[in-house]
Ligand binder design. Structure first.
Ligand SMILES: [Zn+2]
Length: 111
Protein backbone atom coordinates (compact mmCIF):
# COMPACT_ATOMS: atom_id res chain seq x y z
CA UNK A 1 0.00 0.00 0.00
CA UNK A 2 1.31 3.44 -0.95
CA UNK A 3 0.20 7.00 -0.34
CA UNK A 4 -1.84 8.08 -3.36
CA UNK A 5 -0.32 11.57 -3.29
CA UNK A 6 3.40 11.17 -2.54
CA UNK A 7 3.73 7.42 -3.26
CA UNK A 8 5.58 6.76 -0.01
CA UNK A 9 5.18 3.17 1.24
CA UNK A 10 2.60 2.64 3.99
CA UNK A 11 3.50 -0.51 5.87
CA UNK A 12 0.87 -2.33 7.94
CA UNK A 13 0.67 -0.62 11.31
CA UNK A 14 1.89 2.71 9.94
CA UNK A 15 -0.30 5.71 10.57
CA UNK A 16 -2.33 6.67 7.52
CA UNK A 17 -5.77 7.76 6.35
CA UNK A 18 -7.76 5.20 4.33
CA UNK A 19 -10.70 6.02 2.10
CA UNK A 20 -12.90 3.16 0.95
CA UNK A 21 -14.95 3.60 -2.16
CA UNK A 22 -17.52 1.31 -3.73
CA UNK A 23 -20.35 1.70 -6.20
CA UNK A 24 -23.88 0.40 -5.86
CA UNK A 25 -26.87 0.59 -8.15
CA UNK A 26 -29.98 2.29 -6.79
CA UNK A 27 -33.50 1.59 -8.01
CA UNK A 28 -32.28 -1.02 -10.48
CA UNK A 29 -32.99 -4.69 -10.04
CA UNK A 30 -31.00 -6.74 -9.40
CA UNK A 31 -29.06 -4.45 -7.10
CA UNK A 32 -25.40 -4.51 -7.97
CA UNK A 33 -22.55 -3.65 -5.69
CA UNK A 34 -18.92 -3.34 -6.75
CA UNK A 35 -15.98 -4.46 -4.68
CA UNK A 36 -14.58 -1.78 -2.39
CA UNK A 37 -11.32 -0.06 -3.29
CA UNK A 38 -9.05 1.41 -0.71
CA UNK A 39 -7.15 4.67 -1.17
CA UNK A 40 -4.55 5.63 1.42
CA UNK A 41 -2.81 8.86 2.34
CA UNK A 42 0.13 9.31 4.70
CA UNK A 43 -0.62 11.71 7.61
CA UNK A 44 1.42 14.55 6.07
CA UNK A 45 -0.44 14.37 2.77
CA UNK A 46 -3.82 14.10 4.52
CA UNK A 47 -3.11 17.23 6.57
CA UNK A 48 -1.61 19.01 3.56
CA UNK A 49 -4.65 18.20 1.42
CA UNK A 50 -7.04 19.31 4.16
CA UNK A 51 -5.22 22.63 4.62
CA UNK A 52 -4.96 23.24 0.89
CA UNK A 53 -7.45 24.66 -1.57
CA UNK A 54 -10.42 22.57 -2.70
CA UNK A 55 -9.64 20.21 -5.58
CA UNK A 56 -11.45 20.11 -8.88
CA UNK A 57 -14.03 17.45 -9.60
CA UNK A 58 -17.05 16.36 -7.60
CA UNK A 59 -15.53 13.06 -6.45
CA UNK A 60 -12.29 14.73 -5.33
CA UNK A 61 -14.37 17.32 -3.51
CA UNK A 62 -16.17 14.61 -1.52
CA UNK A 63 -12.87 12.95 -0.55
CA UNK A 64 -11.42 16.36 0.39
CA UNK A 65 -14.42 17.08 2.63
CA UNK A 66 -14.01 13.71 4.37
CA UNK A 67 -10.30 14.25 5.02
CA UNK A 68 -10.97 17.80 6.25
CA UNK A 69 -13.51 16.36 8.64
CA UNK A 70 -10.90 14.00 10.10
CA UNK A 71 -8.14 16.59 10.28
CA UNK A 72 -10.45 19.19 11.77
CA UNK A 73 -12.16 17.04 14.38
CA UNK A 74 -9.16 15.79 16.35
CA UNK A 75 -5.49 16.88 16.53
CA UNK A 76 -4.26 13.24 16.56
CA UNK A 77 -3.79 13.15 12.79
CA UNK A 78 -1.96 16.48 12.80
CA UNK A 79 0.18 15.12 15.61
CA UNK A 80 1.04 12.03 13.53
CA UNK A 81 2.04 14.24 10.60
CA UNK A 82 4.08 16.46 12.91
CA UNK A 83 5.88 13.48 14.46
CA UNK A 84 6.89 12.15 11.04
CA UNK A 85 8.07 15.58 9.94
CA UNK A 86 10.10 16.22 13.10
CA UNK A 87 11.56 12.72 12.77
CA UNK A 88 12.84 13.59 9.29
CA UNK A 89 14.23 16.90 10.50
CA UNK A 90 15.96 15.12 13.39
CA UNK A 91 17.91 12.98 10.90
CA UNK A 92 19.39 16.00 9.17
CA UNK A 93 22.72 17.14 10.68
CA UNK A 94 22.76 20.72 11.83
CA UNK A 95 25.06 22.86 9.72
CA UNK A 96 28.51 23.29 11.23
CA UNK A 97 27.85 21.20 14.35
CA UNK A 98 29.40 17.93 13.18
CA UNK A 99 32.41 17.40 15.50
CA UNK A 100 34.27 15.50 12.74
CA UNK A 101 34.18 18.49 10.44
CA UNK A 102 34.99 21.13 13.00
CA UNK A 103 37.95 22.40 11.03
CA UNK A 104 36.01 22.66 7.79
CA UNK A 105 34.08 25.75 6.90
CA UNK A 106 30.36 25.34 7.22
CA UNK A 107 27.78 26.52 4.75
CA UNK A 108 28.36 24.23 1.80
CA UNK A 109 27.95 20.55 1.05
CA UNK A 110 30.73 18.25 -0.02
CA UNK A 111 29.90 15.40 -2.37
ZN1 LIG B 1 1.83 11.01 1.23
Amino acid sequence: MRCLRCNCPLEPGHKSVALYIFAQTVGIKPRQKSAAQRISFCPQCAVSLAMGPPPEGALNMVAWDLIRDLVGSDPALNQAAWETLSGVLGLLPATGTDPDSGSQPAGYFEF
